[in-house]
Design a protein. Structure first.
Length: 432
C-alpha cells in the first residue's frame, strides 16, 4: 500500500499528526510514512516556495496540486508552522471537530516510548519519574493535546477537586468579594471552583440551587444567599455532600458562614458615640439585601440602647450615585444630623461628594462612615472611616466546611467573622 501525495507550494519538512484511529495500520512503516495504532505521522520534502498554512479536507489539499490514493478520513486538518523551524508544519484538529476521539494515555505512552504507568505518574505529578523521562512525556502530552481524565481520577480518590459555588448576581460587589475569598481558599487546597449564576429575574430557591450543583462534578456546595430564599426554613441539604450557605441567618441543618454585618454596625456606632455624635442618619442598600437588613438593625439597635430615636433610613442601591442622592436630600432637609452611616463604601463616597457640593465640610460639619474598606483601589487618598472584613478568612471557613476533607466537622455551625474598625479622616468631634 504505497501512498503517493503530490503537494507543490510546500517547502521544508511537513509533519502531519492525526489523532484518529487508523485500523489499517499496526506498527507499519511505508517509505517516509509511519503509523503506530491511533497516531499517524509522515514526513516528506518539496522544493517549491514556502507557504504558511495548508488545509486538508479528507486529506485532500485545498491548495493547487493533486492527490492520489488518499485516506478516507472524514475530518478537516489544518497545518500550522510550529516554533521548531521555519519549514516545520504540524496539523491540529479544528476546535469544532467532535468526531475524533480524545487522546489517551496509551497514545502518549507510544509517542514518548514509555509505559502507561509512567504517563499516569507524570499526569498526576508523582515524584518517582526521572526528569528526562518526565520532560519527554510532557512534550508528548503537549504535542498530542492530551488532557488527564478527571473522571478516572475521581473514581480513584473519591474526589473531583472542585467546589460548587452558586450566586444570584455575580456582578455585585459583595458576591465578587465572596468569590475572591473562596477562590483563594480553593487554590490553597489545589481545587477549582464550578460557578453557577442563578437567574436574576427568577425567585432564588436553595433547593433549586442545590439540585443544579449536585448534577455537576463537585465535592461540596456553597450557596451565596444575598437575599432571603423562600425555602430557607424548610431547606434540607443533600446527604453525602457538604453544603454551606453564606448568610448571617443561622440554619438548624446547614452550616452558615458570613462576615458579621450586625457587629460591624456596632463598631461604627460606638466610634461615632465616642466622638459625641447622636444624630446619626443611615443610608442603606436595597431592602431585599440580607447584609443591608443586618447593618440597618445594628444601627437602629445602637441608637435605641442610647435612648435616641432613629430617624427613617434612606434606601440606596449600593452605588455611589444612590449615596450621593440620599446625602443631597439630607443636606437640604435635615440640618440636625451630625453624621451619616452609609451601608457600604461606595454609597459613603457618594455621600461625601454630595455634602461637599452642598457646601458642607467632611468631617467638620458632618462625619461619614462606610463598610467594607473597598475604595483604596479606586479613590486616591482614601480618607473614609470604615470596617474591613477578612474575606480570605471567610473564604477559608466556607470552603473547609463545604469540603469536609479540608478539615472541618460535619456538624452544622453558625460562624460570624468580626470586622476591623479602620479610622481615617472622615470622622471628627461634632460642632456644638
Amino acid at each position: 500500500m504505497n501512498q503517493v501525495f503530490t503537494i507543490p507550494h510546500v517547502t521544508g519538512y511537513v509533519n502531519v499528526l492525526i489523532t484518529h484511529r487508523l485500523l489499517l495500520f499496526e506498527n507499519l512503516v511505508i517509505g517516509r510514512f509511519s503509523a503506530v495504532n491511533g497516531i499517524a505521522v509522515w514526513t516528506y520534502k518539496a522544493e517549491e516556495m514556502q507557504i504558511e498554512k495548508v488545509e486538508y479536507v479528507n486529506m485532500r489539499p485545498t491548495i493547487a496540486g493533486s492527490v492520489r490514493s488518499v485516506f478516507p478520513l472524514e475530518q478537516t486538518l489544518t497545518l500550522f508552522r510550529s516554533r521548531k523551524s521555519e519549514g516545520d508544519f504540524v496539523a491540529r484538529r479544528p476546535s469544532n471537530d467532535t468526531g475524533t476521539r480524545p487522546v489517551s494515555m496509551a497514545d502518549v505512552a507510544r509517542a514518548a516510548g514509555v509505559s502507561q504507568q509512567t504517563v499516569s505518574r507524570v499526569a498526576n505529578g508523582l515524584p518517582n519519574v526521572n526528569e528526562q523521562t518526565r520532560q519527554r512525556v510532557q512534550a508528548a502530552m503537549q504535542e498530542l493535546g492530551f488532557r488527564p481524565s478527571y473522571a478516572g481520577r475521581s473514581l480513584r480518590d473519591g474526589r473531583y477537586h472542585s467546589v460548587g459555588l452558586c450566586v444570584n448576581d455575580v456582578t455585585k460587589f459583595g458576591n465578587l468579594t465572596m468569590i475572591d475569598g473562596i477562590a483563594s481558599a480553593a487554590r490553597e487546597h489545589g481545587c477549582a471552583i464550578t460557578l453557577v449564576e442563578m437567574s436574576k429575574s427568577e425567585e432564588f430557591s436553595l433547593a433549586e440551587a442545590t439540585r443544579r450543583m449536585a448534577a455537576l462534578p463537585v465535592d461540596g456546595i456553597i450557596i451565596g444567599m444575598s437575599r432571603m430564599a423562600p425555602d430557607f426554613e424548610t431547606f434540607d441539604p443533600l446527604p453525602g455532600i457538604g453544603t454551606v450557605i453564606v448568610t448571617m441567618y443561622a440554619h438548624p441543618r446547614v452550616t452558615t458562614v458570613d462576615s458579621d454585618h450586625y457587629g460591624c454596625s456596632l463598631l461604627l456606632m460606638d466610634h461615632l458615640f465616642e466622638l459625641g455624635h447622636e444624630q446619626i442618619r443611615f443610608i442603606g442598600g436595597p431592602s431585599f439585601s440580607v447584609d443591608e437588613q443586618f447593618r440597618r438593625a445594628g444601627w437602629q439597635d445602637a441608637l435605641e440602647r442610647k435612648h435616641i430615636k432613629p430617624q427613617a433610613p434612606l434606601e440606596g442601591d449600593w452605588s455611589a450615585n444612590s449615596g450621593y442622592e440620599a446625602a443631597r436630600y439630607l443636606a437640604e432637609h435635615d440640618r440636625t444630623m451630625t453624621a451619616i452611616y452609609a451601608a457600604n463604601d461606595q454609597m459613603a463616597n457618594g455621600a461625601i461628594a454630595a455634602l461637599r457640593d452642598s457646601g458642607l465640610c467632611v468631617p467638620e460639619d458632618v462625619s461619614v462612615v462606610g463598610v467594607d474598606d473597598s475604595l483604596d483601589d479606586f479613590v486616591a487618598h482614601n480618607e473614609l472611616t470604615t470596617v474591613r472584613f477578612d474575606l480570605h478568612q471567610r473564604g477559608r471557613e466556607v470552603f473547609e466546611h463545604a469540603v469536609p476533607e479540608a478539615g472541618a466537622s460535619d456538624r452544622p455551625v453558625a460562624i460570624r467573622i468580626p470586622g476591623q474598625l479602620i479610622i481615617r479622616h472622615s470622622t471628627a468631634i461634632p460642632r456644638s
